[in-house]
Design a protein around this ligand. Sequence first.
Ligand code: SAM
Length: 290
Amino acid sequence: MIRRDFLRGGAALALSALAVRPALSAVPTPFTFDMAPPMTDGKAFVDWMAKQRGEDPAYLLKRWQRYEVLVANKDVRDDRNKRAFLLTPRERFVTRPNLPRAYDNAFLDIGYGVTISGPHLVGRMTTTIDVQQGHKVLEVGTGSGYQSAYLSHLTDQVHTIEIIKPLAERTRGVYDQLISEGYNEFKAISTKNADGYYGWEEAGPFDRIIVTCGIDHVPPPLLKQLKPDGIMVIPVGPPGAQHVLKVTKTQGADGQFTVARSDIYNGRVVPFVPFTKLEGDVIKGTHNGG
Ligand SMILES: C[S@@+](CC[C@H](N)C(=O)[O-])C[C@H]1O[C@@H](n2cnc3c(N)ncnc32)[C@H](O)[C@@H]1O
């Protein structure tokens, strides 16, 4: 049964456009950080996940096939990220028309003029920030909710901000639906509808920050809310032609901060949706130019 009682009007309608399906049963085995799906044998993985997590073997097979390419491509490199990818049901975060393409190597439309990032990009950006269990992580650009769902398999403190109000409400509804089915790991995700340029000061500082919309500079409030020795990954560059940067902040013995940047794709341009700006209640333009 799809729970809609917690949603009002527009958000309930928007949710119906998603690939939300009635749960066949509650998730048989709740998530724990020592949960260990098979990671070297596709059939063992599909069988294990169908039994432990109650997911559809057809999607599990596609998830496995995409996983093999991600590993070969070195987009996911450590066991924690491999496991996080394998445990995240991407098919629950795409829109119904895109269900057949849920595991394609592509970004997909999710409505409101924005997209769910492709699985290779999500894997590489998340692997770059090296999230450890217990880390406090901020995501700017919740979108479909897939990125934060993946993060919740790495740490139990995930904060995510989305600027488009009906999208933020719809994605909150997706998490609530999945939690009601037994995906207890998604309880770790705190959501907020706001302009993420200013971060989430009350929840910070953060060990890790991941930005999923493109901008021409690193927002100073985000850098401020990053802890010493923290890592941020952010697409920086002109509209539609960003470079995905790893930004590290270190504090010297003299108390001074040093910021280092490197391009996680060695110069390759990766286009992102724009880092937009909220003026009052209205989204108007972008934060490019400061
Ligand atoms: C590539 S999309 C979503 C990717 C997302 N992480 C996912 O897994 O689906 C980027 C998102 O950033 C959001 N966004 C753009 N500017 C923003 C801002 N100033 N604050 C918060 N979110 C913003 C967009 O509305 C969009 O949903």
